[in-house]
Design a protein around this ligand. Structure first.
Ligand code: NAI
Length: 258
């Protein structure tokens, strides 16, 4: 699979899954812009992309803000060239029971995970449609396919991403643009690991974070082991190359949603 001459953009690319996807796209030959709320970590990933021999660019963005998203795409096109592949990966999580979830918490998650994907997809389609070629990859989740307790707001946001992806895929299908959702299972990024990650928060009495992480892999995943950012990168490269796969929500989850 070959992406030489293509220009990609990965939001939330400063770390975790986004970084894995950015490096995989670069490995397949694409030049990759790395956008993140945290410019310093976007610059670190951009340096890693450049170390592979590809061109890169670090951009500060808040995907929940229309002006910021518009400026991001303008910058990519001005500095790297026509945008071919948009990976809308930035996302956030929090853990709250349905009783304690506030309207503000709900809005905050939806603003980044659902509205952010809408704004980034719209900005990408606006430049891709006149050129009649594009690949849009929206990072959803296994929580876009099944519900998880204490994550009702996060689950709602990821179901929204999958429905949105399906609808836009049909809207642009005649214009050479594919739109798919990539659904990670459990990946040991900052979202899961550490005291504030899901493994830290979902500990049993007296359990270490490490033991909680091991338990969740065993209980949630038929394969028993977590996926990696590199696994997500492999699927992203495939979706960036594939011509006739569109409107799909593909899980890389070790069988979690079987
Ligand atoms: P992470 O927390 O390690 O990285 C997320 C990145 O997004 C960070 O660099 C952060 O600065 C950036 N970001 C957050 N809000 C932003 C905003 N408003 N604008 C721009 N950038 C922003 O998370 P991870 O695990 O790499 O997650 C990436 C995506 O994968 C998310 O959409 C997440 O929901 C999804 N996912 C992750 C899973 C996991 O097990 N880690 C499982 C399923 C889905």
């Amino acid at each position: 699979m070959e992406l030489k001459g293509k220009v990609a953009l990965v939001t939330g690319g400063g770390r975790g899954i986004g970084q894995g996807i950015a490096l995989a796209l670069a490995g397949a030959g694409a030049d990759v812009a790395v956008a993140d709320l945290d410019l310093a970590i976007a610059e670190e990933t951009a340096a890693k992309v450049e170390a592979t021999g590809r061109r890169s660019l670090a951009i500060s963005v808040n995907v929940a803000q229309p002006d910021s998203v518009r400026a991001m795409v303008e910058k990519v096109e001005a500095e790297l060239g026509d945008l071919d592949i948009a990976v809308n990966n930035a996302g956030i999580i929090s853990i709250q029971s349905i009783e304690e979830l506030t309207a503000e918490d709900f809005d905050r998650i939806m603003a980044v995970n659902a509205k952010g994907v809408f704004l980034c997809t719209q900005a990408a389609v606006r430049v891709m449609r006149p050129r009649r070629w594009g690949r849009i990859i929206n990072v959803a989740s296994i929580a876009g396919k099944i519900g998880f307790p204490d994550l009702s707001h996060y689950t709602a946001s990821k179901f929204a991403v999958i429905g949105f992806t399906n609808a836009v895929a049909k809207e642009v299908a005649l214009d050479g643009i594919t739109v798919n959702a990539l659904c990670p299972g459990i990946v040991g990024t900052g979202m899961w690991r550490g005291e504030d990650g899901l493994a830290g928060r979902w500990r049993e009495e007296g359990e270490s974070e490490e033991a909680s992480w091991a338990r969740h892999q065993k209980t949630l995943l038929p394969q028993g082991v977590a996926q990696t950012p590199e696994d997500m990168g492999q699927l992203a490269v495939y979706l960036a190359c594939a011509e006739h796969v569109t409107g799909q929500a593909i899980a890389v989850d070790g069988g979690c949603t079987l």
